[in-house]
Design a protein around this ligand. Sequence first.
Ligand code: GDP
Length: 323
Amino acid sequence: MTKKALITGLTGQDGSYLAELLVDQGYQVYGLVRRSSTSNLVRVSHFTDEINIISGDLLDQSSLMDAIALSQPDEIYNLASQSYVPLSWTQPSLTAEYTAIGVSRLLESIRRIKPDAKFYQASSSEVFGQPDESPQTEKTAFRPRNPYGTAKAYAHWLTANYRQYYNLYACCGITYTHESPRRGTEFVFRKITRGVAMIKLGLADELKLGNLDAHRDWCHAKDAVYAMWLIMQQENPDDYIIGSGETHSVRELVDCAFKCVSLNYQDYVSVDPNFYRPDESVQLVGSINKIQTQTSWSPQYSFNNLVEVMVAHDLKELMDNQL
Ligand code: GDP
């Protein structure tokens, strides 16, 4: 029997990669997409005929119930959220509506319409905020430091509550930052690889960044979505950290990206206090021991490899646009 999956956040970076993976695995894929006046399907435009798009919104309970009733999914992946940390400070209520209460609406819809569907919740390393241990594990205390992390912490615990109380097959993957050529340029990794490509091609002469000493655990989004799928194939539902298991600073990232095009970052990068965050998580790195021991997963892209792939992509994309 063909397996069916419903993905919220289909049009985002992770949703589009996960949909590709599931189509390749022979799934019938349904994607929940918010109605908007302009089309937002750019990340899935190359295979829209292979997926089923359903109009719906995490803010609207009945649309979620309808989407589940229509698609009758075996697996539901909740990858939709308001995911940009700085915006969570200027729009905290909307962030909570999507990122926290949206998950409550989704879990209630599953419980009522298709309680045997497996559920994956995209948790985030932002739940750890300023953690009291490093690397973080699945047992590290949550100390979120921004409205986004706080909303994700609520969603994480609610998923665990539904697993325990209603016996749903419900899992959380606590992903650290994951990147790809489909990442928005507001995030530092893509901002840097895009900026390096523009400088190399003579389209810009400087790159303004914030805190170069912030550290992150960066992996490729393709590695992350494969982990999500594997988590849902385990016999019992559980929570797992998904990351590279390594930490690197923004300074290392910028150094590595400029080296890819044989330039020295110190000649082009200036620090702009406008990009500093008021109260941020600075030292996040996850232990991937549990997922590596309990499943067959391990990241396929190294840090250097990821930087190279993204710089090469941005160079090519800009050159193609100039033709
Ligand atoms: P996230 O905070 O992990 O969701 O992802 P970002 O890519 O937006 O930020 C990663 C880290 O890079 C944070 O610690 C930022 O403070 C730091 N950073 C330094 N300069 C910049 C910048 O110019 N833009 C962004 N977005 N982040 C920056």
